[in-house]
Design a protein around this ligand. Structure first.
Ligand code: B12
Ligand code: SF4
Length: 512
């Protein structure tokens, strides 16, 4: 496709779809209250710079009150009948949602609608989507590229002049690489306009300042030299969202706040000076941040309530194989420091990282792994946890390693939709298939036990005491984590029932 004519009325509609998680997942709840910042940013740009276009974002994970089909998912036939889109874009970062993207592109394309997709999954694997009804793949940041693509389509100009896209021409893939994955001038981007969302209810507003990451964890697909906007730009974004959308709770999506330490401290100080600690921030940081007293106190003063920490493992061998960049020695101590500063910790773990071949036949007995992890989680007194299996995501060192060793299940056996951390996707080398599939769930069920309900009742009963002592804030923090824990219990139970009904292990055992 070099040129593509599209049906455009007087004011064409550009719809962006954030595809549904088709599997129940530990993130399903939060996804129904937040949205994808990337999709909103791309839509915001179109709204700001192409005034003849109308734009909307349908987030299928945060979708309330819109038309739904018999599968319970948004009904795009009705959506299209109600407001016909000329071009439909897809947020295709998450591998686990790519089959849903293909299902929808098939529908739209068969109706003559042009389809575009952007995000990490299609960036690494453009061809499989281009061969399945995605007409244009956008690589890297989409804000500027989308303006060029829509303008070219409108005037029927050639796409070959646009960098950062790929498409098919004469049955061959044409790839025009982006100049770089992340731009230096994030400062010039408009504030995210969440008014572009249709049928969504936002509780957490995703915001961000830093893109890219200078670390190199083996399991992660985020690559690219990091760039950031100023602290003031993010502060003004918060002000804008408070004033225009009544926002109170924010999730800072930056992978590592510490990437620009000075800017992050400045941002939190600006927040504290102007809002005190009235707003509520959830952030992602690396555990070593505990050593940084200046950053910690700035975060505390600004109202950071929850820190999400990718612990990944408590075992040195696994941390080494993952290229995590630190060992287990100080991890419990650092967690204590973060608790001491008043943060709730959401601990993220990967169970059963494949280490045997990469670490010269080093093996740890599965029961020993389980014992160590339970002890570690108890010692760290984590408020909430997630324990997932290693996922060989496209573009990661982990995937290439397992691919070379011939250990990946084919996509016929384990389709992309299972790449969400809840399912084994490769043949383990130092434990059985059953252990890798079962133990993370058993650990989750151990943590989120039925006793969590009693914990909730107990906390409620303690309220008068905390009030008399003037410690309501502490009580509230603990109350929130009890609620989260009870929610975790209910989720784990529901997920396990769903998992058993699929007979997953039987299916993947067959071809091995
Ligand atoms: C916030 C976040 C979440 C939120 C998602 C909220 C939401 N609805 O989006 C939550 C916490 C729910 C989440 C969950 C998970 N996540 Co997550 N998450 C992120 C994170 C940290 C930030 C994403 C973000 O907002 N970035 C900022 C925006 C501005 O950038 P962007 O999204 O890349 O968008 C730009 C471009 O991609 C492009 N673009 C994007 N969409 C579109 C659409 C069009 C039409 C166009 C033209 C362009 C375009 O333009 C955008 C603007 O420049 C990323 C890491 C990262 N740095 O990307 C991981 C990341 C996306 N997550 C990842 C993963 C794997 C998961 C989980 C599976 C858990 C896990 N095992 O780690 C679960 C998903 C559960 C499931 N069912 O599968 C991976 C995805 C890799 C992959 N191939 O799947 C990432 C990349 C991190 C990693 N470790 O590699 N995640
Ligand atoms: S896991 Fe976090 S620190 Fe590691 S490479 Fe990915 S974004 Fe960077």
């Amino acid at each position: 496709m070099e040129k593509r004519a599209i049906t455009m009325g007087f004011s064409p509609l550009f719809r962006i779809v954030v595809p549904a998680f088709t599997e129940i997942n530990v993130f399903s709840y939060v996804a129904s209250r937040i949205t994808a910042l990337g999709a909103v940013m791309v839509a915001t740009m179109v709204k700001a710079y192409l005034p003849n276009w109308r734009v909307e974002v349908i987030d299928e994970n945060n979708y309330h009150g819109g038309p739904v089909g018999s599968d319970g998912l948004p009904d795009h036939e009705v959506l299209q009948r109600e407001s016909p889109a000329s071009v439909v874009g897809f947020s295709a970062s998450l591998t686990s949602t790519i089959e849903r993207v293909w299902k929808l592109t098939e529908f739209y394309r068969s109706n003559g609608i042009l389809t575009i997709a952007g995000g990490w999954h299609v960036h690494y694997l453009p061809e499989e989507s281009l061969r399945r009804d995605v007409e244009i793949v956008v690589h890297g940041e989409g804000e500027k590229v989308i303006l060029r693509v829509l303008a070219a389509l409108e005037s029927e100009k050639e796409l070959s002049l646009i960098s950062g896209i790929s498409y098919i021409k004469n049955n061959q893939i044409v790839y025009n690489p982006p100049e770089r994955l992340f731009s230096e001038d994030l400062e010039k981007l408009p504030f995210p306009d969440f008014g572009v969302l249709r049928y969504a209810r936002l509780e957490y507003f995703p915001i961000g300042r830093i893109r890219g990451c200078s670390k190199n964890c083996e399991f992660c697909s985020v690559r690219g030299r990091p760039f950031w906007s100023s602290a003031r730009h993010l502060f003004e974004t918060v002000e804008y969202l408070v004033q225009n959308f009544g926002a109170r709770k924010f999730f800072i999506v930056d992978d590592r706040l510490e990437e620009d330490r000075q800017g992050t401290i400045r941002f939190f100080r600006l927040i504290a000076e102007n809002f005190g600690n009235l707003l509520d921030f959830t952030v992602q940081v690396r555990l070593e941040v505990a050593k940084d007293t200046e950053l910690i106190s700035a975060m505390k003063a600004a109202g950071v309530r929850v820190v999400c920490i990718g612990y990944e493992s408590c075992t040195d061998e696994e941390l080494t194989a993952m290229r995590k960049g630190y060992l287990s020695k100080d991890m419990i101590e650092w967690s204590k420091i973060l608790h001491g500063a008043g943060f709730s910790i959401h601990g993220m773990f990967i169970f059963g990282y494949p280490i045997q071949k990469i670490l010269n036949n080093c093996a740890i007995n599965t029961r020993e792994r389980v014992r160590r992890l339970k002890k570690f989680i108890t010692d760290c007194k984590l408020e909430t946890i997630q324990i997932l299996r290693p996922v060989p995501l496209p573009g990661t060192g982990l995937r290439s390693r397992l691919e070379k060793e011939g250990r990946l299940f084919s996509l016929e056996v384990v389709p992309w939709s299972k790449y969400d951390g809840s399912y084994v996707c490769f043949k383990p080398d130092d434990m059985t298939l059953e252990d890798l599939q079962e133990y993370p769930t058993r650990l989750m069920r151990w943590f989120y036990s039925p006793m969590s309900f009693l914990g909730l009742i107990g906390k409620l009963a303690q309220y008068p005491f905390y009030k008399i002592m003037g410690m309501q804030e502490r009580w509230y923090r603990q109350w929130r984590s009890k609620i989260a824990r009870y929610g975790g219990y209910r989720f784990t139970k529901q997920w396990y029932r769903h998992y058993l009904s699929q007979r997953y292990l039987e299916k993947i055992r067959k071809p091995s």
